[in-house]
Design a protein around this ligand. Structure first.
Ligand code: SAH
Ligand code: SF4
Ligand code: F3S
Length: 474
């Protein structure tokens, strides 16, 4: 409960109309693979690249781990708990392997990168260890592993972006897709393991991004989320046209694919999001009015130790600027409780900036020391766990209140909503989102709308997490 984020497997949803990597007839493929993803959206996007690479080599995906010849776990190292979850899962796969000798287990992603061949010593039944920049070599590594060799490739690259690989959509609703626009991170926030597991920052070729978005639109998708650890530092030298593509110009290119294609992005670093980006968002109705702007801490002293390179005032001014340019923009955040040396007044400063920013939503964590990071090398993880957890509870309680306040403000308002599918709780209801990324549930009624269509919905009621409404014909 306390670790509130995506350290869990994404729900399995139905396939869209696009090409399916799942085999109906097992004889269509020489081997079947099962892949499970943990961590951030970028890991989920990478699993779709892995699936594409394996598909080309004659491997078919399966959702049933028991019938898989190859089991892959795409792992996350961001907090200790994320790693523990993966280890527990590997124990379960070990049992499967004992029942069905010959099954290969591969560890992909950030834990593979962090632990490298140590993984093979620690987890004897793992056969492959493959880091995030080495997925092209997976088929060859599988052959090595089949021949009884231990297969490891954790080389990081300065230029790999998998630009030419069309991801195959794994657990997609057929409406929303992730599109990776850059890899790695150069920021070196002192608490963070990502620069070590994902390597140097590099941006993907603009044409390959726009082409992927166009293809998605043509196969029925209506929303793309452009992904990177720090999307605002996207920078591509488009030599063909002799221009530099910034994140603002990329957003514009993607928004122009079709006015019916919604564009989202994640994550923005407060230091890098420019007025140019904000003005581009304001100019295009289909670029969603929603920014994930992680605060981490509201104390300038702690922010400095975290190496976030902004102060609390600077952050607050950024929030003001967003609201000035787009008064209806949703804002969400990530917050860490109990970072090294954090005192009660630092914690209060965090609560204070949360109130000021009126976040619609936040991902909230207590600090988890990660081996090899700057913070682990320089500072003592000196806040006792009970204090970290108490502060986190206070942060969560405040966010719950802010989320409810924000939803209450929407009562009576009318929003354009993209229908994403049926509500999980009640198939008589549709579920979708407004531009601000808020989930809205509303009765289908006897109107013949389909998923992927836009409807106008009036909000009549809300909970802290969801708006409830009804379709209004405009
Ligand atoms: N690139 C994104 C965040 C990536 S990690 C950004 O810069 O905003 C997602 C979130 O995990 C971070 O924003 C941070 O809040 C949290 N996180 C990262 N390292 C952590 C650690 N060691 N302990 C607790 N939370 C952490
Ligand atoms: Fe980690 Fe900071 Fe990079 Fe985000 S910007 S991935 S928190 S180092
Ligand atoms: Fe986790 Fe790696 Fe993403 S550490 S949060 S999967 S970049």
């Amino acid at each position: 409960m306390l670790d509130l984020v995506t350290d869990k497997v994404q729900d399995e949803t139905r396939q869209g109309e696009a090409f399916s990597p799942f085999a109906n007839d097992p004889n269509d493929y020489r081997k079947r693979f099962y892949i499970e993803s943990y961590g951030c959206q970028m890991n989920f996007a990478d699993s779709e690249i892995v699936a594409s690479i394996l598909n080309k080599e004659g491997f078919g995906a399966t959702r049933n781990v028991e019938e898989a010849d190859l089991i892959f776990v795409n792992t996350c190292s961001i907090r200790e708990k994320a790693e523990q979850t993966v280890r527990k899962r590997l124990t379960e796969f070990r049992k499967l392997k004992e029942k069905k000798p010959g099954t290969l287990v591969g560890v992909l992603g950030c834990m593979a990168e962090r632990l490298k061949s140590k993984f093979l010593e620690e987890e004897k039944l793992v056969d492959l260890v493959v880091g995030p920049d080495a997925y092209r070599t997976l088929p060859a590594l599988v052959t090595d592993a089949e021949g009884g060799q231990k297969a490891v490739n954790v080389l990081l690259s300065r230029d790999e972006t998998y630009a030419d690989i069309s991801p195959v959509r794994l657990d997609s609703n057929g409406i929303s897709a992730f599109v990776s626009i850059m890899r790695g991170c150069n920021n070196m926030c002192s608490f963070c393991v990502v620069p070590f597991t994902r390597g140097r920052e590099r941006s993907r070729d603009v044409d390959s991004i726009v082409n992927e978005c166009t293809e998605l639109f043509n196969s029925g998708y209506r929303e793309v989320t452009l992904l990177g650890q720090n999307v605002d530092s996207y920078y591509f030298n488009d030599e063909k046209n002799n221009t530099i593509i910034t994140f603002a110009s990329l957003l514009e290119r993607v928004a122009m694919v079709s006015p019916l294609l919604r564009v989202r992005f994640s994550t923005s670093h407060p230091k890098d999001i420019t007025d140019d980006v904000l003005h581009t968002m304001a100019k295009y109705e289909n670029i969603c009015r929603y920014i994930h702007l992680p605060l981490q801490s509201g104390s300038t002293r702690v922010l400095q130790l975290m190496n976030r390179t902004y102060t609390r005032e600077w952050y607050k001014a950024k929030v003001d600027r967003i609201r000035e340019i787009m008064p209806d923009c949703g804002i969400s955040s990530d917050i860490i409780a109990g970072f090294c040396t954090e005192e009660e007044n630092d914690h209060k400063a965090t609560l204070d900036v949360m109130e000021y920013s009126r976040y619609d939503m936040s991902y909230m964590f207590f600090y988890s020391e990660r081996p090899g990071t700057l913070a682990q090398r320089r500072y003592k993880d000196d806040i006792p766990e009970d204090i970290k957890k108490r502060r986190l509870v206070e942060i969560i309680e405040l966010q719950n209140k802010l989320s409810l306040d924000s939803n209450k403000k929407d009562l009576g308002k009318i929003f354009k909503v993209l229908i994403e599918g049926e509500s999980k709780r009640n198939s008589d209801n549709w579920m979708g989102r407004n531009s601000q990324n808020k989930v809205i549930v509303f009765p289908k009624g006897n109107l013949n709308y389909k998923k992927g269509e836009y409807v106008t919905v009036k909000v009549n009621d809300c909970t802290q997490a969801t708006l409830l409404g009804e379709i209004v014909e405009m």
